[in-house]
Write a protein that binds this ligand. Sequence first.
Ligand code: PXG
Length: 457
Amino acid sequence: MKLDTLTLQKKDAKHHIHPFSDYKYQAKPSLTRMISRAEGVYIYDNDGNKIIDGMSGLWCVNMGYGNQSVVNAVAEQMQELTYYNTFFGTSHPPVVKLSEMIAEVTPEGMNQVFFTGSGSEANDTMIRLVRHYWSAKGQPSKSIVISRKNAYHGSTMAGASLGGMSAMHAQGGLPIPGIVHIDQPYHYEACVEAGEAIDRAEFGRQAAQALEVKIDELGEDNVAAFIAEPIQGAGGVIIPPETYWPEVDRICRERNILLVADEVICGFGRTGEWFGSDYFNIKPDLMPFAKGVTSGYLPLGGLVVSDEIMAVIRDAAGEFEHGFTYSAHPSCAAAAIANIELMHQSDIVNKVKNVAGPYLAEKWHSLSEHPLVGEARSLGMLGAIELIKDKENFVRHKNAGEVAGICRDHCFNNGLVMRAVGSKMIIAPPLVCTNSEIDEILEKVWKSLEMTVSSIK
Ligand code: PXG
């Protein structure tokens, strides 16, 4: 029997602990959004309202909802081998196929994959593996991982520690030892701090050089790796200046520091290349991934490791003492295989690069004409707008977070999911969005911005 919305909301409030939620808000059950169905790029709430999903769920439903080929592949796999593990020298056909398919699309020299259930677990795996690697090479002092403020790398103890979210660190004594943070390459924020436009290329170089300064301060012999998202997602779709990544790449090579590109959001087509690393033309040593690998149909993540690192790990004494019950779960692997097949068949990566991405960019950049928008930036199927009070002098609203929250609520009421992050509004729509679906998103953004102007008067 289908329960009515208020009954569901009340039961939900009584027994379900939500992630990243203010429980005072949940105390008003009627405010909880109950999503019951989804198809293509649309979600439907329990009362049948149709909402265009500008966030691909949580940046993951890249190929859209309800693809029958993925559903069928999972059902067939579940009939054949519902579950088995890959510990202690065991394997199974779906993981063999999936590993090969991933190796085919990753950058050159990256052909080995360790599977996890999520992006957080992929990043935990990364820390354990790089420390094991340097120990095996006879340099156990190389153990510190450098990350960035306002980065997001997950919610486990290590994931949240790698992340640079101060609110997360404030709960539970994070970061754990051995992780340090440098500034992010957030150009617009630097303009806000300066109260004027500052040179983007020069800012990018300086932001990268902060890594060099930190390595020298800590001592090269103590630093294992640098981790960064090619484009910061949860931090607010922060697209680094063109000068940033080449400089970071150079610094890591010169100082013998492993480069970890967290591809959990940027991977699997989001930038119009298979990986964000391809877009920025960098050569990472390790790439954590998740989300888009299955388009979120089932949970799966992993860590792509360079052949060079794996050669050392394979020769090391003893085992790599690490793994999860659900590493390479066959049913999840089947979802990933079918999803990647769909990506190839539809040529989606090229479509993002040549059709959807450029179309979104053209429409999105016109938002900068709105009086409330200080900057409108996009890359591939990622976009952000900076809400601003005084454009010319880069002055934000005193209650910027509240203003963005008002805008987010207007978006939702107008039938669009868009996220508010601090003073920013962000989107990451499914890669399969058509031009007319992009038009619909934009029309709703404009309308919601107008309504926000009225609300804050
Ligand atoms: N790395 C990056 C770059 C991510 O964006 C993770 C790791 C962790 O993945 P898991 O699968 O453990 O969640 C993420 C996840 C948001 C939001 O609101 C972002 C994420 C997850 C949940 C919410 O922006 N990113």
